[in-house]
Ligand binder design. Sequence first.
Ligand SMILES: [Zn+2]
Length: 128
Amino acid sequence: MSPVRGQPLCQVASCRQRSCRAVEIDLPASWDGAREYTALTVTVGLCREHGSEVSRRTEALLQARSDHGALLAVIEMAAVEDLTARQATEALERALAEAEGAVAYQRDRAERAEAALQRAGQDGGQVA
Ligand SMILES: [Zn+2]
């Protein structure tokens, strides 16, 4: 189909077809993961073929925006779980270090008591 003089052409730069449909392109204003977002809507005149293609790509863009938000939520949840696990590990490591310190202290006390008992036994032997 050749363009009719005075009729708008398809807005795809390389296309020489007549524009026969208006396609709305919603451009998301933000990609921060929020479910609600505003979009800037641009309406372009396209030929039938490019109209279908741009519609498909626009839907894919909005689906990507939706998937992006869901993926950010998953990543955020995983980060929180990772932090929680790391904090639990650190608390266990601190408890373990305290327990090791307590064991070393008790072992030291026991060795001193044993040494004192041996000295007392030797002293008693000398006195008797
Ligand atoms: Zn076209």
